[in-house]
Design a protein around this ligand. Structure first.
Ligand code: ADP
Length: 278
């Protein structure tokens, strides 16, 4: 019998899923069904403990206002951005957390440069912002559909790195997750949306046209992740065919990042520790 692989958590899990800055990412070499040694049952216990830690860490962030946290979620249609937000980010107090979703830009947004609509949603000190899609759409869908000339989207990788550096140097901790599913898993999830009456509202015929562009999207993601994973705004590739593992992996990396921020509650007023409320 081969020894069971010890499940990776915390720093080891984060290191494994990190897109190492300045290295070329080969998405095909990452198994979307990997669980890094976890099984579903024990994984649920780990996730529950980790989401408790997330709640505590957020309270310290909110109380201390020691920084801001930006979490970016990207992935192909059906990769589970919404599910991740519900399961992992549900740990946070809604007072201290905002979700911003970025769809097709409005005429007003299109009249500005592409980071304008993004910058307005970056988190204030003490807050967490979760981006459901992001400025990366401007080198993903925009590239795949040729919505702007090639030299325009090509120049955006460096601009995005500069933008994220600016945010990081001004107190924002940035984490970016690519939810990595297989082509076959997407087929199943799209079919499930068609088959189940209560999921049909999520399906549009256009989803099938996008699916035909799978390889183009893959190439666009690989380049964006390769060029824009930095020490100050790292990308992580999350194996996301198993929803329970996707949630666990994202929670572990967010919790590990909070640990590294070493957030402390602020000191109370001097001399109050001996007060007795009459
Ligand atoms: P979702 O599919 O995430 O549930 P929507 O139905 O609102 O949400 O879809 C968002 C759509 O907006 C996606 O097809 C996405 O590619 C598109 N989109 C996002 N940002 C841009 C952009 N900058 N330019 C063009 N299309 C964009």
């Amino acid at each position: 019998m081969s020894p069971r692989r010890r499940p990776l958590v915390g720093r080891a899990l984060a290191q494994r899923l990190l897109v190492k800055p300045a290295t070329s990412l080969d998405l095909e070499s990452i198994d979307p069904a990997d669980t890094l040694g976890h099984d579903k049952q024990a994984g649920a216990v780990t996730l529950a403990a980790t989401t408790d830690r997330l709640g505590e860490a957020q309270e310290r962030l909110w109380a201390s206002k020691a920084g801001a946290v930006l979490i970016v979620l990207q992935g192909i249609d059906t990769s589970g951005k919404g599910g991740t937000i519900r399961h992992v980010m549900g740990a946070f107090d809604p007072q201290g957390c905002r979700v911003a979703s970025f769809g097709v830009p409005s005429p007003e947004e299109l009249a500005h440069e592409y980071l304008w609509r993004i910058h307005r949603h970056t988190p204030a000190r003490g807050m967490i912002a979760i981006f459901d899609r992001s400025h990366y759409e401007d080198v993903l869908v925009v590239r795949v559909h040729g919505l702007v000339p090639q030299d325009v989207w090509r120049s955006r990788y460096d601009q995005i790195v500069a933008f994220e550096r600016h945010l990081a140097e001004n107190g924002t901790t940035i984490l970016k997750f690519f939810l990595h599913i297989s082509r076959d898993e997407q087929r199943k999830r799209l079919q499930a949306r068609i088959d189940a009456p209560d999921k049909r509202w999520k399906f549009r015929r256009g989803d099938l046209d996008e699916r035909r562009l799978w390889d183009e999207y893959r190439a666009a993601f690989a380049e964006a992740l390769t060029r824009c994973s930095t020490d100050f705004a790292p990308w992580y590739v999350i194996p996301a065919d198993r929803k329970w593992f996707r949630d666990l992996a994202v929670a572990e990396i967010v919790a590990h990042t909070f640990d590294r921020m070493k957030l402390e509650y602020p000191q109370g007023e001097v001399g109050i520790e001996s007060l007795v409320v009459p």
